[in-house]
Structures are given as structure tokens and as C-alpha cells.
Design a protein around this ligand. Structure first.
Ligand SMILES: *[C@@H]1O[C@H](CO)[C@@H](O)[C@H](O)[C@H]1NC(C)=O
Ligand SMILES: *[C@@H]1O[C@H](CO)[C@@H](O)[C@H](O)[C@H]1NC(C)=O
Ligand SMILES: *[C@@H]1O[C@H](CO)[C@@H](O)[C@H](O)[C@H]1NC(C)=O
Ligand SMILES: *[C@@H]1O[C@H](CO)[C@@H](O)[C@H](O)[C@H]1NC(C)=O
Length: 345
């Protein structure tokens, strides 16, 4: 349409008037033609801009129109994507819908283990802690462009399954720009149909032990001089759990309160998204929970496996150096339950 207008004006400008009208009238016509020209040129320019901005969207919508058939549950359409990656061709899986997800969690809450479980699924790519890279979260626009890259299947990590991914996502820690820019991010999730998987730990005292031990190992490097956050053998787990952190008893209750508040805030900020709330303890105790997760993610159900081994097993009293202080301070508070809850393994 815009192109037609451009051609049309070119033609009319060439047409010469048969008789010579007075100079002032000629001047007026010339000015009028110039103004028209500038206007039409700017309209054409604007249209090309719009065209490039919506290119990505158009491609996806085009694919969707081509791929959707009547067997698909219409209520699922906002969550089904047909990405067209720049870096490769989806080939035979081009018409397999892809669902987008994000695991919102906190450090040392089992999300590393949870991701290895998800990635053992043939059709799931969970790309790790992509926002641990500071530049990717330095402002909302770099957050959005990182998200666009992941969800268009153009980010390559060891977890990428490319062609036949049916669900693509990553894990995002609350302190990695997520709480800071929660408003814009929740809008993005809702606009793009991203499903949110909250993963938290009920026992925040155990989380605290894990955080302290992990940050100690960052420089102590207990495993033959390498720092490891996750391990694959019981020997390695035993070596790491030999270190017993001292918990600051002065700030303990305050620290637990702050952790709790962060979780509640996150649940509140992202309550408008399509979401599921998981607890690490439930996933460990109840294997059927993983079927529920796969159902939520809309992927075919499979047996999920992980080679990771838990580091701090057994009673918490064995893992805290100043256990007596901690015990005394938490007794009688709402956090007392953290002292006793245990894992069977
Ligand atoms: C956002 O951050 C990126 C990466 O740090 C930077 O290149 C870009 O200029 C920033 N944009 C704005 C609008 O601040
Ligand atoms: C899962 O991946 C396999 C091949 O890796 C593919 O044949 C199948 O269509 C995929 N399933 C879905 C639901 O995308
Ligand atoms: C550390 O090195 C020793 C000797 O080389 C080896 O026997 C042991 O298995 C290693 N331990 C770990 C945790 O890699
Ligand atoms: C324990 O926490 C208190 C209050 O935050 C702080 O003043 C103190 O320095 C901390 N003690 C240690 C050993 O870190």
C-alpha cells in the first residue's frame, strides 16, 4: 500500500501542465508538491520501521497458523509457541509447539538438582542460571533481549535440545534482577505466555547451612582443590559436609525473617502469571510430584533422573558448629520446626 502511494506521486510529479500559469501559482504548486513528498516519504519510513519491529511476531504467528490443527485444546493456545530460531532449522519438529517456562528460586534450594531432573527429559531444555551474568540483567531491555534469545531457542548451553524441544526455560534467582524489575518481568511473562515454576525450600535453616558451607568451599576448595556446588558421589558429599558452619546467633531470627519475606514478596509479585509452587522437600519425599510438574509443563510424561547426591544428610545438629546456641534461640519461635524436620535418606 505504502509502495503504491510512493509510485503514484512520482508519476504525478512528472506530469507537466499544458499552459504556463502565473509564477506565484507555480510556486504554490511546487511547495504543495514538496510538502506532500516529505509527508509521504515519512509515512513510508514509518511503515518500514513497523515492519522490522513486528517481523519476529509475524513469523511466529505465521508458523502458528500453519501448524495449529483442530485437535489442539484452544485454552492452551496462549502457551504454545512456534519459534523460528535464527541459528538453526527446527526441521521435522517445526510444528511441535514449544512451551516457555522460568524456574524462580533462591540459591541452595535444590534448583540445580531440579534442573538436572528436567534436563533428563528428551524434550525439555532448562538452560541454567543465565542471569548470573551481570550484563544480561543490567537493565530491563537487556533482560528482555536475553529472554527473547532463550525463548526463540537461540541460546546455546549444554542443556539445549534445539530441534525437538517441547519446553524451554532456565532458572532465575530472586536476587538476580528479578525482584528489582518484577513489574516489567511479570508483564513480559503474561504477554508471552511464560509459565512460572516457583521452587523454594521449606526449611530455611537448612538452606542457611548450605549457603554458608558453599560459600566457605568457594575458597577452601575441599575437593582436591576444586570448588563444587553440587556433587555426584557419597564420598564427595561426605568430604563437603565435614565442614560445620557457625551460624550468627545474633542475626539468626532476623535473617530467617528476611528470607521468608523475600519468598512471600516473589509469590505476590508473580501471582498473576500461570504458575506452580514447589518445595524441595516435597520433591524429595514424593516422586509423583515430578509427574505433576510435567503435567504443568505440558510435556509427555517420562521417568526423570539425576546423578546428583545430597550433601547435608541426617540431623541438622550434626551440621552446625554452635548447635546449642541455635537450638536455644529458635525454641519457642515459629522457626522451631526447622530444628527437627529431617530427611529419611
Ligand atoms: C542496558 O545494558 C546493556 C548491557 O550492559 C547496555 O549495553 C545498554 O546500553 C543498556 N541500555 C540502557 C537503555 O541503559
Ligand atoms: C520429543 O523429542 C523427540 C525426539 O527427540 C521427538 O520425536 C518428539 O516429537 C518430541 N516430542 C514433542 C512433544 O515435542
Ligand atoms: C582426590 O585425589 C586423590 C588422590 O589423587 C583421589 O584418590 C581422590 O579420589 C580424589 N578425590 C576427589 C574427591 O576427587
Ligand atoms: C552477627 O550479626 C550481627 C548483627 O547483624 C553483626 O553485628 C555481627 O557482626 C555478626 N557477627 C559475625 C561474627 O558475623
Amino acid at each position: 500500500m505504502a509502495e503504491e502511494i510512493c509510485l503514484f506521486t512520482k508519476d504525478t510529479l512528472i506530469i507537466k501542465p499544458p499552459k504556463r500559469p502565473p509564477a506565484s501559482l507555480r510556486m504554490l504548486v511546487l511547495i504543495f508538491a514538496m510538502v506532500c513528498g516529505v509527508y509521504i516519504f515519512s509515512v513510508c519510513l514509518k511503515q518500514t520501521n513497523i515492519h522490522t519491529n513486528t517481523k519476529f511476531l509475524k513469523v511466529e504467528v505465521g508458523n502458528q497458523r500453519r501448524c495449529l490443527d483442530n485437535s489442539i485444546d484452544r485454552s492452551q493456545i496462549p502457551y504454545l509457541h512456534y519459534p523460528n530460531p535464527v541459528s538453526f532449522n527446527r526441521n521435522e519438529c517445526a510444528c511441535n509447539p514449544v512451551r516457555l517456562f522460568a524456574i524462580l528460586s533462591m540459591q541452595r534450594s535444590g534448583s540445580g538438582w531440579f534442573e538436572t531432573l528436567l534436563n533428563s527429559h528428551t524434550n525439555v531444555s532448562s538452560n541454567g542460571e543465565i542471569f548470573s551474568v551481570k550484563e544480561r540483567r543490567s537493565n530491563v531491555s537487556s533482560i528482555f533481549s536475553t529472554l527473547d534469545t532463550v525463548y526463540n531457542l537461540d541460546l546455546f548451553t549444554s542443556a539445549s535440545k534445539n530441534h525437538c524441544s517441547a519446553a524451554v526455560g532456565f532458572k532465575w534467582m530472586l536476587n538476580q534482577g528479578l525482584i528489582e524489575h518484577h513489574k516489567e518481568i511479570a508483564e513480559y511473562f503474561n504477554e508471552r505466555g511464560v509459565s512460572v515454576i516457583f521452587l523454594f525450600r521449606r526449611n530455611l535453616l537448612r538452606r542457611m547451612v548450605s549457603v554458608l558451607a558453599n560459600s566457605y568451599d568457594r575458597y577452601a576448595k575441599l575437593l582436591n582443590g576444586t570448588h563444587k556446588s553440587h556433587v555426584h558421589s557419597h564420598e564427595e558429599a561426605d568430604t563437603l559436609s565435614k565442614y560445620k558452619p557457625v551460624i550468627n546467633s545474633t542475626s539468626l531470627v532476623m535473617d530467617l525473617k528476611l528470607m521468608e519475606k523475600m519468598v512471600l514478596d516473589a509469590l505476590d509479585y508473580f501471582s498473576s502469571t500461570r504458575h506452580i509452587v514447589l518445595y524441595y522437600e516435597d520433591l524429595i519425599k514424593n516422586p509423583t510430584k515430578l509427574r505433576e510438574v510435567q503435567e504443568f509443563m505440558g510435556v509427555p510424561k517420562m521417568e526423570l533422573t539425576s546423578r546428583q547426591v545430597k550433601i547435608h544428610k541426617g540431623s541438622l545438629s550434626e551440621h552446625i558448629k554452635n548447635w546449642d546456641d541455635v537450638n536455644r534461640i529458635l525454641r519457642g519461635t515459629s522457626y522451631e520446626v526447622f530444628l527437627h524436620t529431617d530427611y529419611t535418606s
